[in-house]
Design a protein around this ligand. Structure first.
Ligand code: NAG
Ligand code: NAG
Ligand code: NAG
Ligand code: NAG
Ligand code: NAG
Ligand code: NAG
Ligand code: NAG
Ligand code: NAG
Ligand code: NAG
Ligand code: NAG
Length: 419
């Protein structure tokens, strides 16, 4: 049926056939030339991060119909290449600024994540892909400065330019970032982790689209005050501001109507009032507030000595037990005192619980044995005392258990050690 329809179309509109063959084969040769500008070399990053998706997709490119090649998607009518997914494909080498990739103006989705472009300069020609709604250049080894032309991609719904920690230096200048925030009115997912934003005041993010779902700005050297209104965005699901040691966050009352599921404010200073309302975030699955107090941590690039920050005087509130959807909870190195509240035992979904490096005292509550899904439990470097509760034997999924550097009495049951 489909091919009959196709035939009819060509009979009725011969010019369609012309555009099919010419633009189609043209796209194919552009793709071949793009492929030939790189060698194939498996990066450790792709190997570790992509799992079975890590293989050289371009190696199987053969024949003349590029629409059937691995990673290539065409629109049916005129065979324009509209999507290219070469993530984790072991492409290695300098990214030519005149690459034939830029001759594919109909691209709507482009994913080149987890290849290694050898610290190439980011070509301003990316600004030509004005049909793009998805661009993923995460961990591609671009270096230098993000060209302001990227803000011409005003249809983007998802932009991922996040970097490998510590490998490349990639900066964004304040006018370019302002343009990006201004023009990306449809953006829902914005990942810019690791980009050097030290020349930027964090208030530029205040005008981000109200469609925003994910905002990830870890390790960006951000400074100034982070705009509070971001927390009120109705669809916000993921917020990561971790490792921005001089970014400040005003006291805020987190709101029960929030849809936040993933919140990472590790290694940044934030207000003590904050913890009072975090228990309102009933949808939370992932909470990392670790390192909010640390005696001396030097953070990459900046070399800041981070010696302050918030800490939860008086310890963990009982109301943490309200966050019943939590799977991941990291409150390590936060100068927590007091006892481990029994209510934590309500968090039946937990797989990761890290309370290490605090000043927690008292006994390990028996209720910890409720966390049947736990794979990591770290209570080390506290002042916990008393017996290790036998309920810990319930934790049959544990892969990592650390309770050293406490004043605990007794030993870890053999059953757990033997496992
Ligand atoms: C591939 O990468 C490894 C490590 O990054 C390097 O030692 C090797 O020389 C590379 N091979 C080619 C063909 O570039
Ligand atoms: C990677 O970059 C280095 C330094 O600029 C250069 O010497 C080398 O030839 C590049 N490798 C490839 C495969 O382009
Ligand atoms: C890109 O420029 C280089 C020289 O700068 C040239 O050798 C190469 O042929 C050009 N490639 C294309 C596709 O124009
Ligand atoms: C970008 O691609 C990588 C590799 O496929 C993936 O892990 C990551 O989630 C993608 N980012 C976005 C925002 O889709
Ligand atoms: C926004 O995008 C348009 C084209 O889509 C461009 O002309 C304009 O310069 C961009 N604005 C900024 C601030 O980058
Ligand atoms: C945000 O938008 C408002 C209203 O359009 C404007 O007055 C303000 O300067 C913008 N702020 C930033 C940081 O872009
Ligand atoms: C909670 O947030 C919503 C949406 O931002 C807002 O309309 C509402 O007034 C807030 N409620 C409280 C109690 O702050
Ligand atoms: C850590 O918390 C204790 C109270 O539990 C407080 O006295 C102390 O000043 C805190 N340390 C720092 C460096 O803030
Ligand atoms: C956990 O262990 C305790 C005692 O070790 C036992 O009484 C309790 O029923 C166990 N709970 C679950 C859910 O298995
Ligand atoms: C440890 O347990 C033993 C036997 O239960 C008890 O005699 C001893 O006082 C305990 N020590 C501490 C420090 O709690």
């Amino acid at each position: 049926m489909a091919s009959y329809l196709f035939l009819c179309l060509f009979l009725l509109f011969p010019h369609l056939y012309a555009s099919f063959s010419s633009s189609g084969s043209h796209s194919c040769s552009s793709l071949i030339q793009f492929k030939n500008s790189f060698s194939i070399n498996q990066t450790e990053d792709a190997y570790l991060s992509c799992g079975p998706k890590s293989y050289p997709k371009t190696n199987s490119w053969e024949g003349t119909d590029c629409c059937s090649w691995d990673g290539v998607t065409c629109d049916h009518l005129n065979a324009h290449v509209i999507a290219l997914d070469l993530s984790c494909s072991w492409l290695y080498g300098n990214f030519p600024s005149n690459t034939t990739l830029f001759l594919l103006p109909h691209l709507q989705k482009l994913n080149l994540a987890y290849n290694d472009f050898n610290l190439s300069k980011f070509p301003s020609e990316f600004g030509r892909f004005t049909s793009l709604f998805y661009l993923n250049l995460s961990r591609t080894g671009f270096a230098g400065e993000l060209p302001s032309q990227v803000s011409h991609l005003s249809k983007l719904v998802s932009l991922d330019l996040s970097l490998i920690n510590g490998h490349e230096q990639f900066t964004i200048e304040k006018h370019a970032l302002r343009g990006l925030v201004h023009n990306l009115t449809e953006v829902r997912h914005l990942f810019l982790d690791g980009m050097d934003m030290s020349s930027v005041n964090a208030h530029v993010f205040m005008n981000l689209s109200s469609s925003l779902r994910s905002l990830s700005l870890a390790n960006c050297d951000l400074q100034g005050k982070f705009p509070k209104n971001i927390f009120d965005l109705p669809n916000l699901n993921l917020l990561n501001l971790g490792s921005n040691p001089i970014l400040s966050l005003d006291p805020l009352k987190l709101n029960r109507s929030s849809n936040l599921e993933h919140l990472d404010l590790s290694f940044m200073p934030f207000s003590t009032e904050f913890i009072d309302s975090v228990d309102n975030l009933q949808a939370l699955k992932y909470l990392d507030l670790s390192g909010s107090f640390f005696s001396s941590v030097s953070i990459r690039k900046s070399g800041y000595l981070f010696t302050g920050g918030a800490n939860f005087f008086g310890g963990l509130p009982d109301s943490m037990g309200n966050l019943v959807s939590l799977k991941f909870l990291d409150l390590s190195n936060s100068n927590l005192s007091g006892t481990v509240p029994r209510s934590l035992g309500n968090l039946l979904q937990l797989t990761h619980l890290d309370l290490s490096g605090n000043q927690l005292s008292g006994q390990i509550p028996r209720s910890l044995g409720n966390h049947l899904q736990l794979t990591l439990l770290d209570l080390s470097q506290n002042q916990l005392s008393g017996q290790i509760p036998s309920s810990i034997l319930n934790l049959t999924q544990l892969e990592s258990l650390r309770i050293s550097e406490n004043s605990l009495n007794g030993s870890i049951p053999d059953e757990l050690i033997l496992k």
